[in-house]
Design a protein around this ligand. Structure first.
Ligand SMILES: Nc1ncnc2c1ncn2[C@@H]1O[C@H](COP(=O)(O)OP(=O)(O)OP(=O)(O)O)[C@@H](O)[C@H]1O
Ligand SMILES: [Mg+2]
Length: 261
């Protein structure tokens, strides 16, 4: 099983949009996908189900009052399931602070699940929720919004994730790659893309997610863009991202099996 944590402590770079549409893209490649919404904004939950801050949610699993399989729902997408979030997660940092193994609560809750992919959406911070996501993941995927502003500090994000990997002792966790969102056919966008290519040599995915209003509209219609507007530039790009991620994740999983054989 491949578990992908979508992480970036910058807000509004397309984490949730990616979680939802990558999940739908992988499902269309005949994969069974579970999305875990680990953000108290509960945007992925809304985008995939239309439900607003449902209770119970993943919060109840993290604090230990529910088993994960009792808060697992079907979504509007075939072959995509979700463990929803609600606003109480915003207090999880405080709530979990004094609990033993607080960074490993999600990892424990998902162990033994049988999906091809778990996709974890995280809040715009690297606090205890994102740490739980990293500890439960095999791979990390980092979306970067193509404005100069959001590229600044990105090398620091990678080293912070490296530090967390060491601190939490997750030697097999792999940064699957970095990819561009909000791409536009403008000089600035092309230049920033060039900058990313240099900075993340070998780790920058080929797929660029264009700036595309259909992504926002699909979200409001509680559908993936692959259902809502499959022919749109956003729909095509997320279908391509799913193919690219599947290829990279399979290679990582094979390498992992060899190392542990
Ligand atoms: N490629 C895109 N083109 C146009 N709009 C987009 C694109 N990606 C995301 N959006 C829109 O931009 C907003 C922010 O995207 P999203 O919620 O996915 O970011 P996020 O990183 O999850 O934000 P947060 O850090 O707050 O969780 C949303 O309204 C979303 O619909
Ligand atoms: Mg989000």
């Amino acid at each position: 099983m491949t578990a992908i944590c979508i992480a970036n402590n910058k807000g509004g770079v397309g984490k949730t949009t990616t979680a939802v549409n990558l999940a739908a893209g992988l499902a269309r490649l005949n994969q069974r996908v579970l999305v875990i919404d680990l953000d108290g904004q509960a945007n992925a939950t809304y985008a995939l189900t239309g439900r607003v801050h449902p209770v119970p949610s993943i919060y109840d699993v993290l604090v230990g009052t529910r088993q994960l399989d009792t808060v697992l729902w079907q979504t509007n997408e075939e072959n995509v399931w979700i463990v929803p979030a609600d606003g109480r997660l915003q207090h999880a940092d405080v709530e979990l602070a004094a609990r033993p193994g607080r960074e490993f609560r999600l990892a424990r809750a998902v162990s033994g699940l049988d999906y091809d992919y778990i996709i974890i959406d995280t809040p715009p911070s690297l606090g205890v929720l994102t740490q739980n996501a990293l500890a439960a993941a095999t791979d990390v995927l980092i979306p970067i919004g193509l404005t100069e502003f959001s590229v600044i500090g990105m090398d620091k994000l990678e080293s912070t994730i490296d530090d967390l990997r060491d601190g939490l002792n997750l030697p097999d966790l792999e940064i699957l790659g970095v990819f561009a969102t909000f791409y536009e056919d403008t000089t600035t966008s092309r230049e920033t893309w060039g900058l990313l290519e240099k900075k993340f040599e070998g780790r920058l995915l080929e797929t660029r997610i264009p700036k595309n209003l259909d992504l926002e509209k699909a979200h409001r219609a509680n559908e993936s863009v692959l259902s809502y507007a499959p022919a749109s530039s956003g729909g095509q790009a997320y279908a391509q991202l799913a193919r690219e991620v599947k290829k990279l994740a399979s290679a990582h999983a094979r390498g992992h099996e060899r190392r542990h054989a």
